[in-house]
Design a protein around this ligand. Structure first.
Ligand SMILES: Cc1cc2nc3c(=O)[nH]c(=O)nc-3n(C[C@H](O)[C@H](O)[C@H](O)COP(=O)(O)O)c2cc1C
Length: 329
């Protein structure tokens, strides 16, 4: 069975990638994930706020003329600014694993942190995943401005590094496809569809906001499925599916609509990291069942460009469902 795929210009042994999460903070976990079949690992995000705080702290110490503290920091401040621990995590993970290690940079503005990308590259990351977790709660901010922000951040990071750069996007654009197309034209190496925004709930007993993060369920593949099916074959950038993978069935569905890789976190957190092997073996079983010899045999076969049932993706089907009652309880 040939499971090989390419993502961000990297050759991967299969399409199973561990998405960004604290799982990869532990080197033992990362090694085990590789042994169980993971083809690449995305490290948890380093946040713009982490980077800027450390820069602020260094600047404060310098401005106050704290000579002891100053001597503690090497002479070239900008070259050494930013959380060292994250760079150390990159180095250690790269040293311990054969598979590619992707660093995740999470920020919302162009300035102040993008040169940290250079340090990520120097630490040995094989690629950078940019997560622009921008919740436009400022209602003065227009959609056009939000889109421009994504493009400006991509531009700044692409100027800084020569390793591949992907972007993890939310589904909340007026025209998701056009946003991806703009990023593609701007040279993004891959898109990760989609990011899940943290959304608070209300505890009615205590009357306070609930700030937890729910693990995903398999119904969440439907939105990324729709957009991956729409974009497959239309952009140069690689496509990573992210959200809702619980079993190998979701992995195969994502491949059918054209994903180059399929990412997972919730399933690993729910069932333990050895569950990567279940997904890996399940993928092989699913392919055999369909008499496919490789991932390439099924990839994109049900994308918009390939399926004969185009109406299933479209408004016309929505009208049919509403009129015909084809809904599940
Ligand atoms: C506990 C936890 C921590 C996460 N941390 C990050 C992170 O640091 N950066 C990021 O881009 N995504 C992060 N995510 C999102 C995941 O990478 C992934 O995109 C999301 O959980 C959807 O995939 P899933 O359905 O396979 O869980 C986190 C998710 C969870 C559950």
């Amino acid at each position: 069975m040939n499971l090989a795929t390419r993502y961000l210009g990297l050759d991967l042994k299969n399409p199973l990638v561990v998405s960004a999460s604290p799982l990869a903070l532990d080197l033992g976990n990362s090694r085990r994930l590789e042994d169980c079949g993971a083809a690449a690992i995305v490290l948890p995000s380093i946040f713009q706020e982490d980077i800027e705080n450390e820069i602020d702290e260094i600047e404060r110490l310098v401005c106050e003329g704290n000579s002891e503290a100053f001597s503690y920091f090497p002479a070239n401040i900008s070259a050494n600014a930013g959380p060292k621990n994250y760079l150390e995590l990159i180095r250690r993970t790269r040293d311990a694993l054969e598979i590619p290690v992707i660093a995740s940079l999470n920020g919302t503005t162009r300035t102040g942190w993008t040169d940290y990308a250079t340090q990520i590259e120097q630490a040995g990351a094989n690629a950078i995943e940019l997560n622009v977790y921008l919740l436009p709660t400022d209602i003065e901010l227009t959609g056009t401005e939000v889109e421009a922000r994504y493009l400006a951040i991509l531009d700044a990071v692409k100027e800084t590094v020569s390793i591949p750069v992907s972007m993890k996007l939310s589904p909340y654009f007026s025209s998701v496809g056009n946003m991806v197309k703009s990023l593609d034209q701007a040279g993004v190496d891959g898109v990760v569809l989609f990011n899940r925004f943290y959304q608070p709930d209300i505890d009615l007993e205590e009357l306070k906001l609930v700030r937890d993060l729910k693990l995903s369920h398999k119904g969440e593949i439907r939105l990324p499925l729709l957009w991956i099916a729409t974009l497959a074959g239309k952009i140069k950038a690689s496509i990573a599916a992210s959200s809702g993978v619980q079993t190998a069935a979701e992995v195969v569905k994502y491949l059918f609509v054209g994903a180059d890789v399929v990412m997972t976190t919730s399933a690993l957190m729910r069932h333990g990291i050895d569950y990567m092997k279940t997904l890996h073996d399940g993928l092989i079983a699913e392919l055999k069942e369909r008499e496919a010899d490789s991932v390439a045999d099924i990839r994109g076969r049900m994308s918009r460009g390939a399926t004969s049932d185009l109406a299933a993706f479209d408004r016309v089907n929505y009208i049919r469902i509403l009129r015909g009652g084809a809904y599940n309880a």
